[in-house]
Design a protein around this ligand. Structure first.
Ligand code: ZN
Length: 432
């Protein structure tokens, strides 16, 4: 592999993806700003001008902050790679660790140091998001103390869970010859499947409380719906999302015994019994259509392709040199190759990301259709509008921005697909 050609292709991808992000973000800003002062006619009866303006202002503030952080990340990426940041860190860590502690310790320390620097650089942006932006719009419920506790917990968890996994992968890379990428894929797949069972039941409860429904009447309705849809009866949980944020949400997760539907307490508080059923039916629709299994299959196919690519790249000195690093002469290059690959790939992947967004939106339409059959389209629309309002999601996004980024279709498209004419939207009184 020619290092100069790789450097050029990589620079071009970084620049092109950054320009595309700015352009899309600008389009979205102009679109949202242009519609800020009038609720779209179809929603006029259900959404107040005040809520509509708040959604516009929130969306604009997030986009502005997002552009600053994207520009910074782009600069950091170039600094790590072409400007030699990783080469420098690698030389430093290798000299400090390898002679005394050996190859594996050096490689783990390199990944650890890289991750630490990245986390420190990202911290100001995350603090601003939480205590600046979210706070300003009244969404943040996190205290500095809880923020710190989360940070400590997730760092420890990362070390305890991902440290041994990394060591295993590095060992496989070192010990299993040219087909290491296949064995690494097997190990990663097993870890992934285990994590899907364990995450909802063991990891997520470290951060939030998950409780069964307290309301007996609602509980029996929920049970009846789950039985009708052939879903395990003990899979409905309420999460104390209000500890951290006023944003409302519901999600489906897990695999096997970990399979569950989770409602944020913030959402549950806002919905009527009928609306809870409709949202639950939507989440069950994701299971009925096997969206988790399909997503996992796609991800595993991609990770196999990615690892095979890395298997080849890591044998090419040009891969290291082209991304601004220098292969080690007397130490394994596996950790270095992993880090370069993780940084080198995303600028290229950005251009196929609309495909994934599109698949995700298609799944949402399918889950909505399922909810229409099992519950009621009108109730789902009511619930959706409350969800949009609580999250200050804009009702007037730019179509191209949607195509690139939106994992969920915009409100108008979902309502139209549910077969409700926009004029038949639930009456204003329905929305508290
Ligand atoms: Zn969904």
């Amino acid at each position: 592999m020619n290092p100069v050609a790789l450097s050029l292709a990589f620079s071009a991808a970084v620049l092109a993806s950054l320009l595309a992000k700015f352009w899309l973000s600008n389009r979205q800003m102009r679109h949202v700003a242009a519609h800020r002062d009038a609720v779209p006619a179809a929603f006029a009866a259900t959404v107040s001008l005040q809520a509509h303006r708040k959604a516009a202002d929130y969306t604009l503030a997030k986009l502005r902050a997002g552009s600053v952080s994207e520009a910074f990340s782009g600069a950091v990426l170039i600094a790590w790679t072409l400007l030699g940041g990783l080469a420098w860190l690698n030389a430093l860590v290798r000299a400090a660790v390898q002679p005394r502690w050996g190859d594996m310790a050096y490689q783990l320390a390199l990944v650890g140091a890289f991750t630490l620097v990245g986390a420190v650089l990202d911290l100001p942006f995350d603090l601003y998001r939480t205590f600046g932006l979210e706070q300003r719009f009244g969404f943040n419920k996190m205290t500095p103390r809880l923020y710190l506790a989360d940070l400590v917990k997730s760092t420890l968890l990362g070390i305890v869970v991902l440290g041994p996994l990394l060591a295993l992968v590095l060992w496989i890379m070192q010990a299993s010859g040219t087909l290491w990428w296949l064995w690494a894929w097997v190990a990663l797949t097993m870890f992934q499947l285990l994590a899907m069972v364990d995450y909802p039941t063991r990891i997520a409860p470290l951060f939030n409380k998950f409780e069964p429904l307290a309301d007996a009447v609602l509980e029996s309705r929920v049970q009846a719906l789950m039985q009708r849809c052939g879903f395990r009866a003990k899979g409905f949980f309420v999460m104390d999302g209000s500890r951290r944020s006023a944003h409302a949400n519901a999600y489906f997760t897990g695999f096997g015994a970990g399979k569950r539907v989770v409602f944020f307490d913030t959402l549950l508080k806002r919905l009527s019994g009928d609306e809870v059923e409709a949202v639950l039916a939507h989440e069950l629709g994701h299971f009925a259509h096997k969206h988790i299994a399909k997503r996992v299959a796609l991800m595993l196919a991609f990770s196999l392709a990615g690892l095979a690519l890395l298997g080849w790249l890591s044998t090419q000195p040009g891969f290291f040199l082209g991304l601004g690093a220098v292969p080690n002469a007397t130490a394994p290059n596996d950790a270095l190759a992993l880090l370069l690959f993780m940084m080198g790939l995303p600028p290229f992947m950005f251009f196929i990301s609309p495909l994934f967004s599109r698949l995700s939106r298609k799944a949402e339409f399918e889950a909505d259709a399922y909810a229409r059959e099992q519950a009621s389209a009108t109730d789902l629309v009511r619930a959706l509008l409350k969800l949009y309002e609580d999250n200050a999601s804009t009702l007037t996004p730019d179509p191209l921005y949607v195509a690139f980024y939106y994992s969920h279709p915009p409100a108008a498209a979902r309502i139209a697909a549910l077969g409700l004419g926009l004029a038949e939207l639930p009456a204003a009184g329905a929305l508290a």
